[in-house]
Write a protein that binds this ligand. Sequence first.
Ligand code: TRP
Length: 447
Amino acid sequence: MKERSTFGSRFGAIAVVGGSAVGLGNIWKFPYVAGQNGGAAFVIIYVAISFLISIPVMLSEFSIGRHSRRNVLGAFRSITPQRGWQGVGWLSLIAAFVILSFYSVISGWSIEFIKESVVGGFAGRTPAEVQTFFTDFVSSGWRPVIYTLLFVALNCVIVGLGVEKGIERYSKILMPLLALLLVGLAVRSAFLSGFGQSVDFLFRPDWSKINGSVVVQALGQSFFSMSIGMGAMITYGSYLNSRENMFRIAATVAVTDVVIAVVAGLAIFPAVFTFGINPTSGPDLVFLTLPTLFAQIGGGYLISIVFFLLLLFAAITSSFSMLEVIVAYLVEEFDLTRFKANVVAFLSVGLLSSLCALSQVPGSKIRLFGSNLFDLFDYVSSNLMLPLGGLAIVIFVGWFMDRKIRRDQFTSYGTSGVAIYPFVVAMIKFVVPVAIIVMFLSLIKVI
Ligand code: TRP
């Protein structure tokens, strides 16, 4: 067995876990999903789910990882003799590949958009011209593939440096920088005329917009945004110090994740409203709408560079957590060195994500179940794999995990969170599984 590392400090642990949570989910996805689902009412439900449902799931993942100190497969193998639970480990591993593949494509776009911002490519372009630029880029096929591979390589290099020297060190630098850039952007946006409208949109709820499907979307979005339901937090939990207060880490990360999503909304929507664009414009919001808008406001040159850099930082610290699931598995189960594990990961993730990028070329033959690989991976991961994975994990921790192990882990051997432990266990046993099942059934239209 190789020597296993733990995070060097509490700040390090928060930067790493927070770095995983804060990602494209907050900056690319949250604004458009909130936009499509009615704004403030969605935001309120999203916040409630993040605290009441997502935090217990995150704690459950941490407890499995910290007790076993293994990769996702080894973790279930060592914590229970019932072999069936290893299926959850397999699901994690598959989900890591699936999410990382489409995630790397969008992350690749952000590199291209940084380049285009720097060379001044967006200045003076009309919305139609930006649209053409974007469509040409995506449908050229090879250009997105190159940027995607560049991103995957960067990811593998940093993760290859190790948990402390790579993942933790870079998260500690990039996360504060990200927060700073985002606040700067939001402050600039506060001077745009659409700011008041954005505040209304994000904070004044219109409850008539809420229905079952909105709640399901909020759950999927919260799981994706908090990086839970696929074992990334089992792997990161395995590097948490035994005495670290898990509740504090999970709560800090949840607050950070929600705040950053909302601030991203405040940074993005003012431009949207100022120029009279419909906030429901969908996944293309930040890549199509924003560059044009940025190009037209004072300081737009700098703003668009800052924005796409921010997107890249957010994306890379999140990708670490998915890649680490794969790398920890390869290192521990196949006895590979970290270097070799990253080479294998680069080749496999690189191949899958290239296929994802190529499947977006119009007329592409790379399709599965009738839809392009990219959309399929995005849909299947948030709506199927994460809720199912999260469900299996809380059922395991609530009903099958040894009680003493669970208590020791949740309370860090009786040193923290003792008072709220019974409440959290009740949530994990009853409320969280029921909530996930109900939402899931309504998603597949059974109820
Ligand atoms: N949370 C990240 C985001 O918001 C994405 C992410 C990273 C993720 N690791 C994950 C999602 C694990 C699900 C599972 O962009």
